[in-house]
Design a protein around this ligand. Structure first.
Ligand SMILES: [Zn+2]
Length: 264
């Protein structure tokens, strides 16, 4: 299912995907002739009429995950517009999908596409955009800042204020640095790729930063008192959410602990 929600000149495209008993949301956005991310290939049939209706001059991808690159191949071949992504993901984008099976089941298998390196500053029809490297969720992750309207598009930097599980490839210390970096910009409103429009986005990003800083300090203190990674994980995160076994523990609270301790 796909819903359109208009927030002034930002068109938010809300995709909903259900797999087994799990329902997930992923957004992409059209603003001022720029398509930000391309949602999941599972929803291609529902996205095509939207892509044909709204003006799209070019595409910016926040990071190479399949729920952001799902329809990039279709957009490239059908609309013949350039696609920009972090330089480090250009090669990966050209290759066949290579990610764990549980992600292929939920988000489908994205097709290869050709991308160009994302510049530091972009111009759309009426606006200028600064691209901000914000690793942590993914190494290549970029946020987009609209200079005139003071809007921030955070890709997957926010998603939730209090993460209890992360993927093995994610890093809490890098997320902390990236949250600090975006908070140096002047904005209130945020567009998140999994929770949509957040009018109080600045406050939510600050809450996430505070939560992660507390968590980091806590983990280091407990570790210095002699607990093992497994014991710290049990103490701080006694519950196992369904995503953990479903993903074969690619998503796990333990990765929060290890990523903090690795950074010391
Ligand atoms: Zn992602």
């Amino acid at each position: 299912m796909v819903d359109i929600i208009q927030h002034q000149d930002v068109t938010a495209i809300k995709g909903t995907v259900t797999y087994s008993s799990v329902t997930l949301q992923v957004y992409n956005f059209i603003v001022d002739g720029m398509l930000i991310d391309t949602n999941t290939i599972q929803l291609l049939d529902k996205l095509i009429p939207i892509y044909n209706k709204y003006p799209i001059d070019f595409v910016v991808i926040t990071h190479a995950h399949e729920d952001h690159t799902g329809t990039a191949n279709w957009v490239q071949n059908s609309l013949e517009v350039p696609i920009y992504i972090n330089q480090m993901s250009i090669e990966e984008s050209k290759r066949e999908a290579n990610y764990p099976q549980y992600r292929q089941l939920v988000w489908g298998i994205r097709k290869p596409f050709e991308a160009e390196p994302l510049p530091d500053v972009l111009q759309s029809r009426n606006y200028s955009w600064e691209t901000i490297h914000t690793p942590g969720h993914a190494q290549d992750h970029m946020a987009l800042y609209n200079i005139e309207k003071k809007l921030l598009f955070t890709g997957d930097l926010f998603v939730t204020p209090k993460p209890k599980v992360i993927m093995e490839s994610e890093s809490i210390p890098e997320m902390i640095q990236s949250l600090k970096k975006v908070l140096t910009y002047d904005f209130e409103e945020v567009f998140c790729c999994h929770t949509g429009y957040l009018p109080n986005g600045r406050l939510l990003l600050k809450q996430k930063l505070d939560y992660l800083l507390d968590l980091q300090e806590n983990i280091v203190n407990i570790y210095q008192n002699g607990m093992t990674v497994g014991e710290i994980d049990q103490k701080l995160f006694p519950n196992t959410p369904p995503i953990a076994p479903f993903s074969r523990y690619d998503w796990d609270s333990r990765h929060i602990v290890t990523s903090v301790l690795k950074d010391r």
